[in-house]
Design a protein around this ligand. Structure first.
Ligand SMILES: [Zn+2]
Length: 340
C-alpha cells in the first residue's frame, strides 16, 4: 500500500500529480520568489527520482527536457515518485545568468547552510526540502555560454546503480568524472544517492538534439529503475563509450577562430582542426589536436583570446568504437550530424 508523499509540508496522494510553488526567498522589491516544481506520486511503490535543471540559470535545454518528460508520465502507471524541478537557480534564470545575484555559482554552494550567503541558503533550501526526499538524481546541464557539448553523461562509475543509470541513459559518451566540492553531485554522494549529470548543447539556446536525447535518456533510466514499464523500443541498442580522460585545446593566439571540427567528429593526434586569423592580414595559427579522440565540446563563437578553450576532446581506449557509438546515436535520433 502506497502512502501519500510529503514534500516541504505539501502532500501528494498516490496516483496524483501536483504543481507546487515553494517559497524560496524575496526579491529586494520584497516580491516573493518561489521555486516551481511538480511531483508525480505513483500508485505503486518504487524509487523517488529527482530530475532537476538550470542549477546554472542560463542552461535552458534541461528545462524543456523536464517538461517533455512530465508530459509522458501517467501517474496511474508510475512506480515510485518523480520530483521534477525545471529551474533550481531561479535567481539566475530571471537574469538569464549562470550565476546568483552575488556572482556565486550555485553548483559550488552545496550543501549550504541556513545562515550562509544567498547561494549557501539557496543550496540548503534545495537539499533540505527536495534532495532529502529522493533516492536517485538526474541533474541536467548544458555547455557554458558560446560553448556547445555533445550529449554526454558525467558520473562517478564506482557505484553500480550510478553506472547502470549512466549506461541506460543512452548518450553516446560517458565521462567517468570526479566530483567537485560544493556541487549537487557532492551532496548526493555524501548521502549515498546515486546521481548522474547530463550535459548537452549550449547555454541560452534550445538544441533539438540535446532535448530529444535528454528526454529519451531520462525515460530510459526510469525504465531501468523499474519506474516505467519496459517497452519494445527500450532495448538499449548501443553501449555508450566511457572516456578515459578529456582535455580542452586552447587558442594559441588572439583572433578569429575558423573551426572545422564539429561535435562528434573523430580526430587524430596532430590533425588540423581549423585556424585562428587576425582581423587583417594573412597571418594565421593552426588549431592542432593534441590527442586522438572524439570532439565532445566546441566553442561556437569565433572571437578568441590566447588561452581560450576552443575544442574539448575525449580520449578512449577504442576510439573507432566510440565513433561508431556517436554514429549510432545520430542514426537513432534520426537527426543529421550537421545539425549538432
Ligand atoms: Zn551547468
Amino acid at each position: 500500500m502506497v502512502t501519500p508523499f510529503q514534500l516541504a509540508g505539501h502532500q501528494v496522494d498516490p496516483g496524483q500529480r501536483r504543481v507546487l510553488q515553494l517559497a524560496l526567498a524575496q526579491l529586494y522589491t520584497q516580491s516573493p520568489l518561489t521555486m516551481p516544481l511538480e511531483v508525480i506520486h505513483g500508485k505503486h511503490p518504487g524509487p523517488v527520482l529527482l530530475i532537476c535543471a538550470a542549477i546554472h540559470g542560463d542552461e535552458l535545454n534541461g528545462i524543456e527536457i523536464v517538461n517533455q518528460v512530465l508530459a509522458r508520465i501517467n501517474p496511474a502507471r508510475l512506480k515510485g515518485t518523480l520530483i521534477a524541478v525545471p529551474v533550481v537557480n531561479v535567481f539566475g534564470f530571471i537574469h538569464k545568468s549562470r550565476y546568483l545575484p552575488d556572482r556565486r555559482d550555485l553548483n559550488r554552494c552545496f550543501p549550504g547552510s541556513v545562515k550562509g550567503s544567498l547561494g549557501s541558503r539557496a543550496a540548503h533550501f534545495f537539499v533540505d526540502n527536495i534532495v532529502s526526499e529522493c533516492t536517485h538524481i538526474i541533474d541536467l546541464h548544458t555547455g557554458a555560454i558560446h560553448r556547445s557539448n555533445l550529449p554526454q553523461i558525467r558520473a562517478k562509475l564506482d557505484c553500480d546503480t550510478t553506472s547502470k543509470m549512466a549506461e541506460s541513459f543512452g548518450a553516446p559518451v560517458i565521462l567517468d568524472a570526479s566530483i567537485r566540492d560544493g556541487s549537487l553531485r557532492s551532496v548526493a554522494e555524501s548521502r549515498d544517492i546515486p546521481v548522474i549529470l547530463y550535459e548537452a548543447g549550449e547555454a541560452l539556446r534550445f538544441d533539438p538534439v540535446a532535448i530529444k536525447a535528454g528526454t529519451r535518456g531520462i525515460l530510459n533510466v526510469m525504465r531501468t529503475l523499474g519506474m516505467l514499464k519496459p517497452t519494445a523500443t527500450n532495448k538499449v541498442k548501443m553501449s555508450p563509450m566511457i572516456a578515459k580522460s578529456s582535455n580542452w585545446i586552447r587558442a594559441e593566439q588572439d583572433g578569429l577562430l575558423h573551426l572545422k571540427a564539429r561535435l562528434g567528429d573523430r580526430v587524430s593526434k596532430g590533425q588540423n582542426l581549423g585556424f585562428i586569423s587576425a582581423p587583417l592580414g594573412a597571418e594565421t595559427c593552426e588549431v592542432i589536436a593534441a590527442r586522438s579522440g572524439i570532439v565532445i565540446g566546441c566553442l561556437t563563437m569565433p572571437l578568441v583570446n590566447e588561452g581560450d578553450a576552443v575544442c574539448h576532446i575525449a580520449s578512449f581506449d577504442a576510439v573507432k568504437q566510440a565513433e561508431r557509438s556517436v554514429e549510432r546515436f545520430v542514426d537513432e535520433l534520426d537527426i543529421h550530424p550537421q545539425t549538432f
